[in-house]
Ligand binder design. Structure first.
Ligand SMILES: Nc1ncnc2c1ncn2[C@@H]1O[C@H](COP(=O)(O)OP(=O)(O)O)[C@@H](O)[C@H]1O
Ligand SMILES: [Mg+2]
Length: 292
């Protein structure tokens, strides 16, 4: 089970404010998230809820405005430019939704997988060997010489996963990786991400607006208005995860470090709770009633 020492990612009170002209957009407002080493989780939320903002910060592409965010030995609020480069190169792999954005069209699948290793200075023979191994992991060993244009969308995303894993990062981030794929191909790509998680032990975060994806991983965290609001967990074996069996799920509201929870709007409406609540403890349970 989870122990304190296995915590890999820790975000607390995370804020991101975008300033465009004289307008401020608060994309993350006090987000809290903890991910253990070797976990695979889904971040689920409506469009505009802050999912990509969080992922871009985790990828080191964007800096948060306030709060704390730690990934392994890196403190993402305190990184020097040099550390940012090192972090992006060795700690994280990233997969974009747009299949075309992940790969260079004029390079073969093999060359695409080798490229991050070229940039990080790995020796040639080692590069080629590892790239071939990775193409094998994603089931495309036979297509090494093909260019992205000669591969289907699903195959391109498989190559993108291999590219993301090229420098053996402990963390793989995927922003709506199945967004441009049909359902069946999407399921295959998710199965592959689950396999990578099990076989290589890579910690994986998959962002999606599709609640169905949430049921294919062990834990799904929902973001609402820039804050993590609920978490759905299920005890699943690897085989059942691949099979997409969704039984045994349980949903929890998340309590942030200030003690806040986001109570679903329907419940507030049903109890006619508007601005204030009376809180009590009864029979070992917390009760809320309208104080308006
Ligand atoms: N570069 C930016 N400049 C200004 N506002 C932005 C920028 N990127 C995202 N936003 C705003 O931040 C909010 C969260 O966006 P985003 O993280 O992309 O959401 P999601 O990925 O969940 O759809 C949205 O209101 C969006 O318009
Ligand atoms: Mg997005």
């Amino acid at each position: 089970m989870t122990t304190k020492s296995s915590i890999y990612i820790e975000c607390s009170g995370l804020f991101k404010i975008y300033k465009a002209a004289d307008l401020e957009v608060v994309a993350l407002r006090g987000l809290e998230l903890t991910v253990n080493r070797g976990e695979i989780i889904a971040i689920v939320g409506a469009s505009g809820s802050g999912k990509s903002t969080l992922l871009n910060i985790l990828a080191g592409y964007d800096a948060p405005s306030a709060g704390t965010i730690k990934v392994g030995n890196y403190d993402l609020l305190q990184m020097t430019n040099r550390e940012v480069v090192e972090y992006r190169r060795h700690e994280v792999g990233f997969i974009w939704q747009e299949t075309s954005r992940n790969l260079f069209p004029y390079l073969s699948a093999l060359e695409n997988v080798e490229l991050p290793m070229v940039i990080s200075g790995a020796p040639g023979p080692e590069r080629r060997k590892r790239a071939l191994e990775l193409l094998d992991v994603v089931g495309l060993a036979g297509r090494a010489g093909h260019k992205p244009g000669q591969l289907s969308g699903g195959e391109q995303q498989r190559v993108a996963i291999a590219v993301g894993l090229s420098n053996e990062p402990p963390l793989l981030l995927a922003d709506e990786p199945t967004g441009e794929l049909d359902d069946e191909t999407g399921v295959e790509v998710l199965a592959l991400l689950n396999k990578v998680n099990v076989d290589l032990g890579t910690t994986i975060i998959i962002v999606t607006h599709d609640p169905a994806i949430a049921t294919s991983v062990g834990r799904a965290v929902a973001i609402r208005d820039g804050k993590t609001s609920t978490e759905t967990t299920r005890e699943v074996s690897f085989e059942r995860r691949l099979g997409g069996d969704a039984t045994g799920t349980e949903e929890f509201l998340l309590v942030d470090s200030a003690g806040s929870v986001q109570i679903p709007r329907e419940m507030l409406d049903e109890l006619r709770i508007n601005r204030r609540v009376r809180v009590g403890v009864k029979d070992g349970k917390v009760t809320l009633e309208s104080g308006d």
